[in-house]
Design a protein around this ligand. Structure first.
Ligand SMILES: *Cc1c(COP(=O)(O)O)cnc(C)c1O
Length: 354
């Protein structure tokens, strides 16, 4: 058990009204815990949300030694506060830590920290349909040292942000641009780890795509530029004939909790799900023959994001007439139903914060 000290704010903020959007509003408190070689993780505390003071020499600013996670707390209709498979996020957090030479956090301590900060700011969990409290745990390297070496000190911080329904106007398909100049990750790199550096390297592709009117980028593999990896911050699925196909986890793709849940959900419903390599040519060929029924992205933010159009260096491929397909729809309803506590959870995925 972590001993968490608590300093509550004397100036609670006004709760937001109207549309929440994503990631711009933060709650009244945050969780912080420090790491040193002598003490391990220590000084766990909940304090008023606010600025933190760091040396400009901190390693995180120069060599990017850091990691993050993303999950949500949901307010069920009966008032319970639910997390969705938090053990998966915590397991992934420590896998990322291993890759980034960051010390592990005891999984029970991490879960306790998440629960305590969410409980502290429980009245910030929005209740409008589709809204939730986004949870952002992260770890930064804090040694004030310019040598290239793993830091000996760290901070583990959790901040919370009430977030709006991703689909205010319903589940709308997005247009995606296939990136074939830049790459996001290669096997042996950090593609499977949730680290800021992956995002820093992806910004240029994302910017170019947005300039051309696309919502996100579909990344191809870093070596042959043939195999589909993933979309921006989402894993990707294709419905081809009567099979559902998603790229296999081979070290370059982020192992999404939503990805895993979609695979388990589909298999429980009797669908044939293949985790394998899939080339962009195969996708376009299936589009040409009419076998490509649906394409969708999966991630905590949007849950299911149908893709209505692909553009691969000017070759446009419309998918399912730019409409939401039946499998995308079923998955969105099924998984959000479990997350929000509206549907029975036959998988044991929900975790109630008490
Ligand atoms: C976080 C993330 C995902 C989605 O993972 P979830 O656990 O489903 O939210 C997919 N791709 C990348 C690059 C990510 O950072």
């Amino acid at each position: 058990m972590l001993q968490i000290t608590r300093t509550l704010t004397s100036h609670p903020k006004q709760k937001p009204e109207g549309k929440l959007g994503f990631g711009k509003i933060f709650t009244d408190h945050m969780f912080i815990m420090d790491y040193s070689e002598e003490k391990g993780w220590h000084d766990a505390r909940i304090v008023p949300y606010g600025e933190i003071s760091l040396s400009p020499a901190c390693m995180v600013f120069h060599y990017g030694q850091e990691m993050f996670e993303g999950m949500k707390a949901y307010r069920a209709p009966d008032g319970r506060i639910l997390l969705f498979r938090p053990d998966k996020n915590i397991e992934r957090m420590n896998n990322t830590n291993t890759r980034m030479c960051i010390p592990h956090v005891d999984p029970a301590d991490a879960l306790q920290a998440i629960c305590e900060i969410v409980k502290t700011d429980a009245d910030w969990i929005p209740t409008e349909p589709g809204t939730s409290l986004y949870i952002r745990p992260f770890i930064i390297a804090t040694d004030p040292f310019l040598g290239v070496h793993p830091s000996k000190t760290y901070k583990f911080i959790i901040i919370l942000s009430p977030s709006g329904s991703y689909y205010a106007a319903g589940l709308a398909p997005v247009k995606i641009c296939v990136e074939d100049e830049y790459v996001r990750a290669v096997k042996g790199g950090t593609g499977f780890a949730k680290v800021g550096g992956n995002y820093a390297a992806s910004l240029i592709g994302q910017e170019n795509a947005e300039k051309k009117g696309y919502a996100q980028v579909l990344w191809l593999d870093g070596i042959e530029h043939r195999y589909v990896d993933e979309v921006g911050a989402m894993n990707v699925f294709f419905v081809i004939g009567d099979k559902v196909v998603t790229p296999k986890l081979e070290g370059n793709i982020l192992p999404g909790v939503t990805r895993d849940s979609v695979i388990l959900y589909l298999r429980a419903k009797g669908y044939d799900v293949e985790e394998r390599r899939i080339t962009i040519d195969e996708v376009y060929e299936a589009g040409r023959t009419g076998e490509l029924k649906e394409m969708f992205g999966t991630g905590t933010a949007a849950v299911i994001s149908p893709v209505g159009l692909l553009d691969w260096h000017g070759r446009k491929l419309e998918i399912n007439n730019n409409e939401i397909g039946p499998i995308s729809h079923m998955l969105y309803e099924g998984i959000t139903g479990i997350q929000f506590g509206n549907a029975a959870d036959g998988f044991g995925w929900t975790y109630e914060i008490k």
